[in-house]
Design a protein around this ligand. Sequence first.
Ligand code: HEM
Length: 132
Amino acid sequence: MQRSDSDIVFQSYGRCCNTEQFFVDFYDRFMGSSKDIRALFANTDMKAQRHLLRNGIMQLVLHARGMPDTKLRALGKSHDRNGYNIHPEWYRLWFDALLATLRQHDKEFTPEIEAAWNRAILPGIEIISQAY
Ligand code: HEM
């Protein structure tokens, strides 16, 4: 990852994360991608969950900017087989929903920005999913 990737991603997220609708659209997409995923959030307070996710994505962005992985390891633990039991292959659907929602909301989105998101946050997603 280049230093500029994390800057590009930080700014792209900044253009999106202050709109609650960004997180509404993300969860509509993510839950629409699989019945199993929808079932996991059946009893979830989605308003609270949107706020938690806003922070969770920020943790991925900050990790790309050099922050230690402590917070991501904690997310790995809550999502592991003894926690929410989030199968590693579901993270691809999560990331696809995120990219589609960024494409929708980031007015400056380009293929270069998409490539920067890939390079910057896939390593952090791996930390969470591999804790399974
Ligand atoms: C809870 C972030 C991927 C399902 C949470 C929370 C955060 C978070 C911050 C709340 C804090 C916690 O309980 O630890 C993330 C991030 C992800 C990710 C950053 C991607 C790297 C996934 C995936 C699924 C999922 C792929 C399902 C397929 C859940 C569930 C909860 C949760 C079921 C608990 C909801 C509840 O309290 O009812 N996630 N998550 N997450 N996440 Fe994730």
